[in-house]
Design a protein around this ligand. Structure first.
Ligand code: PLP
Length: 409
């Protein structure tokens, strides 16, 4: 089985044959993945931020089955269904007040494409069609489709592979790397010189995920938003990784009490069950944009919407803030001391995210094997060893994860 996989199937950011062996998973329940060889391991990645309630959850399973018995899918062109309507109502209710319009798509990257398209169409209708470029913070990640790629970090992203193909955008200093004032000065200078050609700023609020797992001060967000308003630039917030509680607030933008012009959601939206994303915007932008030129085949897939409804309800009816605080405390207790280790460059913790940055590049295969021996699944990259476990993880299971990290280091 694994041999066929290795010879014929692409995995994320990999070649065929895959250089690092993949592991065959037979089933998953709670925080555990059961491998084909019977070994159970804790998923410290929540399947890339998404499985916040753990796997095979009876409530989420039931939601999908109930929807399945009605219909798995219908086209959204000219038709609608209750699961999409209910989900839209909920998203409008739990996100900032100014956001009242919802566009569903099938993945985070696509929701970013839609956000960028909205911004471009908005300025076209305002007779400011020269506003075609985007500004973003260095070190970001917004997905792998072409427009999304253009706003990923220019160095660790894929720009070098597609030079001349990926649109060149404006990259500003990273408030997680330089002082906030310096970062804001850089943003203001960029606006002063180029705002007539800039449609929107796009950023991940407070936590930069796949671009480097760096955190920055929420003050930057509020002040960047003010600058955007001053220079007639729309403000797009990408909460695909941070949304649904991960940072300790339901959405990370709440740390700055921010009202974005456009908001992207994905990943944990369905509790990690189905691929679904949403782009939200304001009355004003929606009415100015008019006809939005996008319409995925699987737009607002009923199974995905049904499980998203169940997942959000499950989250909001659970003591999720206590869980995040408990996980954060555990990370402070068990990961922070690693800062003193000579091979560790930095330890960063926020909510249910724990990051250990090493001094040197990590030998992924060696580290992964060692973690597996300790019963833990993580996917390190570059110099980063990090975990964002399901919120339902117990203290004992957390200890297994942090002990595995300690033992690897
Ligand atoms: C994962 C991610 C995306 C892309 O989402 P996909 O569903 O993988 O296309 C975009 N932005 C951020 C912040 C992400 O973490």
């Amino acid at each position: 089985m694994e041999a066929f996989d290795q010879q014929h199937i692409w995995h994320p950011y990999a070649k065929i044959p895959n250089q690092i062996p993949t592991h065959l998973v037979d089933s998953a329940k709670g925080v555990y993945l059961t491998l084909a060889n019977g070994k159970q391991i804790i998923d410290g990645m929540s399947s890339w931020w998404s499985a916040i309630h753990g796997y095979n959850h009876p409530v989420l399973n039931r939601a999908i089955i109930q929807q399945l018995e009605k219909m798995a899918h219908i086209m959204f062109g000219g038709l609608t269904h209750n699961s999409a309507i209910e989900l839209s109502k909920t998203l409008i209710e739990i996100t900032p007040e100014n956001l009242t319009k919802v566009f569903f798509s099938d993945s985070g990257s696509v929701s970013i494409e839609i956000a960028m398209k909205m911004a471009l169409q908005y300025w076209q209708h305002k007779q400011l069609s020269a506003k075609q470029k985007f500004v973003t913070i260095r070190g970001g990640y917004h997905g792998d489709t072409f427009a999304a790629m253009s706003v990923c970090d220019p160095e660790n992203g894929m720009h070098h592979l597609f030079k001349g193909i990926v649109t060149e955008q404006y990259f500003v200093k990273n408030p997680a790397v330089v002082a906030i004032d310096e970062a804001l000065d850089d943003l203001e200078q960029t606006f002063k010189q180029n705002s007539t050609s800039i449609a929107a700023m796009i950023l991940e609020p407070i936590v930069q995920g796949a671009g480097g797992m760096r955190f920055y001060n929420p003050q930057y967000l509020s002040r960047a938003k003010e600058l955007c308003q001053q220079y007639q630039v729309l403000f797009i917030v990408d909460e695909i990784a941070t949304g649904f509680g991960r940072t300790g607030e339901l959405f990370a933008l709440e740390y700055a009490q921010l009202e974005p012009d456009i908001l992207c959601l994905g990943k944990a939206l369905t509790g990690g069950y189905m691929s679904l994303a949403a782009t939200l915007t304001t009355d004003k932008i929606a009415s100015t944009v008019g006809t939005l030129l996008h319409g995925p085949t699987f737009m607002a897939n009923p199974l995905a919407c049904a499980v998203a409804n169940a997942s959000i309800k499950l989250l909001l009816n659970s003591p999720w803030q206590d869980n995040i605080a408990r996980i954060e405390k555990h990370f402070y207790q068990h990961l922070s001391p690693l800062k003193k280790h000579k091979k560790v460059a930095d330890v960063r913790i926020l909510g249910a995210i724990g990051v250990v940055e090493m001094v040197a590049e990590i030998d992924v295969q060696m580290v992964q094997n060692q973690l597996l021996e300790n019963g833990v699944w993580l996917r390190p990259y570059g110099k980063l060893l990090y975990t964002m476990p399901p919120f339902t993880i117990t203290d004992d299971e957390l200890l297994t994860v942090t002990n595995a990290i300690k033992s690897v280091i």
